[in-house]
Structure formats: structure tokens, C-alpha cells
Design a protein around this ligand. Sequence first.
Ligand code: ADP
Ligand code: MG
Length: 159
Amino acid sequence: MPKNQITTKSSEETKEFAKILVSEWLKINKTKNSNWLVCLYGDLGAGKTTFVRGLAEKFGVKQAVNSPTFLIIKKYNSSKKENRKYTLYHFDCYRISKSEDILDLGWEDIINGENNIIVIEWPEKIEKILPKKKLNIKFEFVNEDTRKIKFKNNIYLKL
Ligand code: ADP
Ligand code: MG
């Protein structure tokens, strides 16, 4: 049975989990020129942005990753990974009232582009326009330092 749930006991462990996912994804994405859409569900403080920090680090993003709540979207360049340069788009849809609002932010180009890593906090706000092919991850608060992280394992992620 593929693993589809983990418990982390610190923000470092959550970042480490993100890094493992990235390396698994990089392994299977070697020959393709595709995008990766990752949707992060969970309440405020559940650890979504912490996860994005780990993911960004693994992609070699140099800048500090902060929650884009007021900006909705932040863009980062990765360093070269497996001979390819990725662009990381970090969305926070908390303040979006309807799915269509995201379309004004260049959504179609980003989703249909190449080598884009698209990570979305509060994806439920734009559920209507989300493509089917994505990795869903759900973060749950257990106690101050502990989070339960559930994800729908795709065939291409062998954890
Ligand atoms: P969100 O983006 O879901 O609102 P953040 O990642 O911004 O959440 O905040 C999570 C907070 O919880 C941070 O202050 C982080 O240090 C803390 N934290 C404590 N334990 C964990 C854990 N196991 N995983 C992730 N964050 C944790
Ligand atoms: Mg956040």
C-alpha cells in the first residue's frame, strides 16, 4: 500500500516532507517537460506556507518565501534542477471570492506554460477552474508542534 499520510513533529519535518516529494517528482519528471500543480488544503496555521518553504528550498529558490496572502501570487525562479529551470508560482487564494478572479492573474498562461511549479493555498476558492491532474495535500493541526499531513498518492509518487 502506498503511504498517504504522515505526521510531522516540527516545521522542519514538514519542510523535509516537501523536499522528499520534490525529489520523487523530479525523478519521474526527467524526460517530460511538464508542470506540477500542488494544492494545499488546511486551516490557517496548519503548515501550508511552511511546506512551500521546504519545496522552494529544494528547487533552489534563493529568496525567502512568505505568504502571498495580500498579493495572491508570488513568483520565484529556481536554480537548475535536472538540467531544467523551473518557475515556482505560489498562490494564496484566501482572499479570492470567485474562481474567475484568478483568471485575471495570468492563470491560463501559468497552467499551460512549461516547467512551472504551481503551489496553491486555499485551492477550494478556485475549485471550479482547477485542472484534474494535481497533487492534493491536506494539513491538519494536531497540537502546537504536530501536524497530520494527508495526500492523495498518485501513481507517479512512490513513497
Ligand atoms: P498556513 O500557511 O497553513 O497558514 P504556516 O505554515 O504559515 O501555516 O504556519 C504554520 C505555523 O505552525 C508556523 O509558525 C510553524 O512554525 C508552526 N508549526 C509547528 N509545528 C509545525 C509542523 N509540524 N509543521 C508545520 N508547521 C508547524
Ligand atoms: Mg499560508
